[in-house]
Design a protein around this ligand. Structure first.
Ligand code: SF4
Ligand code: SF4
Length: 392
C-alpha cells in the first residue's frame, strides 16, 4: 500500500491562486483530482480479477495432471484467453475471411477486438486503465525509485529512447507479417484446430510454472530494467501496446490543452508517466499516451486541459474511464450473450491433452501437421494428432 499512497501522493499540488474559483469550477477540479484514485481502483480490480482467473486455471490444470475426478471445467474461465493475443489475432483474421468465429479460443479474439476498440476510440486507455501488466510495470518503476532513493524517474536519453521504442513496433510488424500476410486460410484453420492452439492456454501457464533457466534469466533482466526505467516493458517491448499505440493515432478523443487558459506551469508534463511534453502540445497525439489522465488531474486550472473529441467537445474524465471499460468489455459480453464465449474443448479432451502434453504434436508448428520424421515424433504421435484434429 505504500507504493499506492506514494503514487497518489506524487500528484503535484496546484499553485495558490489569487481568486477563488467558483463552486462549479471547484467541483470540477475536485472531480478531476479524483482521477488517480479511480484509475488505481480500476487497475487493482483488473489485476485481482486476473489473479483470480489465473489461480483457478492453475487449480484446473493441476487437477487434470493429478487425474482428479472432481476437477470441473468451471474452474477454467474463458477470461484466461485475454492472455492469448496471437491466437486472438489468428482467430480475427479467420473470422474476417470465413465469417465464422472459431470455437477453440473465441474469447481470445473477443478480448483482442475489445482492446482494438479502445485503441481506435480512446487512445491507449486499455494500457492506462485495464492492463495488469501495465499496472505492474508502473509500480515496479515506483518501487525502483524508492529502492534507489531517486527523487524522480530515470529517463532514457532521447538518442537511445527513440530506437528502443521502435523495438516493440518491430515485434508487432513481425507478428502482423507472419499472421496477416503469410498465413492463408488453410494455415489459419490448421493452426486454430491444431493441438498447439488447443492447449495454448495451458502452454502459457507452463511458461511461468515450469520456466526454463533462460526464461527465468530474461524475466529477471526485465524486472531489473523495469525497476530502473519506469514502464520499461510497455515503452520498449510490448507489441500489444505498439498495436494500440498505432491505432490510437486515429482516436478522436485526445488530451487537449486550451492555450488561452493554460498558465504554463508545467505540472501536466511533470505528472505524465510517459514523459510527454503535454504543456507544449495543443493536442497530445503521441502513440505513447495511455489515456491515464494523470495530466488532467494535475492541471490546476479548470478546463485548461481536458479530453476532447475533435477540438471542442469535452469528455468528462469519469465518462472517459467508463467508456474504456464499456468498449473493452462490450465484445466479451456480446460473445457471452451470443453463446460464443466458451471454447468447444470438453473436459475429456482437456484430460487427454494434459496427459500427453510432452508429445511433439504440442510444439508450435504454425499449424502444419507434424510428420513422424519431424521433431522426433513417432508414428503413434502422428496418429494421435490426426485424432485430435478431427472435427468434433
Ligand atoms: S499525456 Fe496525459 S493521458 Fe497521456 S500518458 Fe501523459 S499523463 Fe497520461
Ligand atoms: S495545461 Fe497548462 S495550466 Fe494545466 S498543468 Fe499543463 S501547463 Fe499547467
Amino acid at each position: 500500500m505504500a507504493l499506492v499512497s506514494e503514487r497518489l501522493g506524487r500528484l503535484p499540488r496546484p499553485p495558490r491562486r489569487k481568486r477563488r474559483a467558483g463552486r462549479g469550477a471547484r467541483a470540477l477540479l475536485l472531480s478531476a483530482r479524483a482521477i488517480p484514485t479511480l484509475r488505481l481502483i480500476s487497475q487493482i480490480s483488473m489485476s485481482l480479477l486476473s489473479l483470480w482467473i489465473g489461480v483457478r486455471f492453475y487449480l484446473f490444470v493441476s487437477g487434470l495432471e493429478r487425474n482428479d475426478p472432481d476437477v470441473s471445467l468451471s474452474l477454467r474461465s474463458p477470461g484466461v484467453e485475454a492472455y492469448l493475443p496471437i491466437s486472438g489475432l489468428i482467430g480475427l483474421k479467420h473470422w474476417v475471411l470465413t465469417g465464422r468465429l472459431n470455437g477453440v479460443h473465441p474469447a481470445a479474439t473477443l478480448f483482442l477486438l475489445g482492446a482494438i476498440g479502445t485503441g481506435l476510440l480512446l487512445k491507449k486507455g486499455f494500457c492506462g486503465w485495464i492492463c495488469p501488466i501495465g499496472f505492474a510495470s508502473e509500480n515496479l518503476g515506483t518501487l525502483g525509485m524508492r529502492l534507489l532513493k531517486r527523487p524522480r524517474p530515470l529517463r532514457v536519453p532521447p538518442v537511445l529512447d527513440y530506437p528502443l521504442r521502435s523495438l516493440k513496433y518491430l515485434l508487432l510488424a513481425f507478428f502482423l507479417w507472419a499472421i496477416l500476410v503469410q498465413m492463408d486460410i488453410g494455415e489459419l484453420q490448421a493452426f486454430i484446430e491444431g493441438p498447439y492452439n488447443r492447449v495454448a492456454d495451458i502452454k502459457m501457464l507452463k511458461f511461468f510454472t515450469e520456466m526454463s533457466s533462460t526464461t527465468a534469466k530474461v524475466l529477471l533482466a526485465l524486472l531489473a530494467l523495469s525497476l530502473l526505467v519506469p514502464n520499461f516493458w510497455c515503452r520498449y517491448l510490448c507489441p500489444y501496446g505498439a498495436l494500440l499505440g498505432a491505432l490510437s493515432r486515429l482516436s478522436p478523443a485526445k488530451v487537449t490543452r486550451d492555450e488561452k487558459r493554460c498558465i504554463n506551469c508545467g505540472l501536466c508534463a511533470k505528472a505524465c508517466p510517459a514523459a510527454l511534453p503535454v504543456d507544449k502540445s495543443f493536442r497530445v497525439r503521441s502513440d505513447e499516451c495511455n489515456g491515464c489522465l494523470e495530466c488532467v488531474a494535475a492541471c490546476p486550472i479548470p478546463r485548461a486541459l481536458d479530453v476532447r473529441i475533435g477540438k471542442r467537445r469535452r469528455v468528462h474524465p469519469f465518462l472517459f474511464a467508463a467508456l474504456v471499460m464499456i468498449v473493452f468489455f462490450a465484445f466479451p459480453f456480446g460473445g457471452r450473450l451470443a453463446r460464443r464465449w466458451e471454447p468447444d474443448i470438453s473436459l475429456h479432451e482437456y484430460r487427454q491433452h494434459v496427459q500427453n502434453l510432452h508429445l511433439p504434436i504440442y510444439q508450435h508448428n504454425r499449424g502444419r501437421p507434424v510428420a513422424p520424421a519431424e521433431q522426433g515424433g513417432s508414428a503413434s504421435d502422428y496418429a494421435e494428432q490426426q485424432l485430435l484434429q478431427r472435427p468434433r
